[in-house]
Write a protein that binds this ligand. Structure first.
Ligand code: FES
Length: 110
């Protein structure tokens, strides 16, 4: 994801490898449970909490930039967390990602 905004962030190296294309993997940073998503080679990170009933979205399938929740099949756009299919009605939380050398970093709010 390209960097566009300039708000202050704390950049932290992502401690796991990018999962296979179309797949997700979970990891923790402090109190945050995060989901690393591979959308055809582009990494996205969202809070690992479905906006529908607050469960993990690990195991969800990605088509384009849309993540399908493994529990009820709700759809969420990884670019901005917006809902794209019922039963998800509210937005998820997205975090910015950037490349740093051959590693990926996630931008956390200060
Ligand atoms: S828990 Fe994700 S769609 Fe229901």
């Amino acid at each position: 994801m390209a960097e566009k905004r300039t708000e202050a962030l704390r950049w932290v190296e992502i401690p796991i490898a990018l999962p296979p294309s179309g797949r997700t993997e979970t990891f923790s940073l402090g109190d945050l449970e995060l989901l690393l998503c591979n959308a055809s080679g582009t990494p996205y990170i969202v809070r690992d909490e479905c906006p529908h009933v607050r469960t993990s979205m690990k195991g969800g399938v990605i088509r384009g930039t849309i993540l399908e929740c493994p529990l009820h099949g709700g759809l969420m756009d990884l670019r901005d967390g917006s809902p794209k299919g019922m039963p998800i009605r509210s937005s998820g939380t997205c975090f910015r990602v950037r490349a740093q050398g051959d590693r990926w970093q996630v931008g956390l709010p200060l």
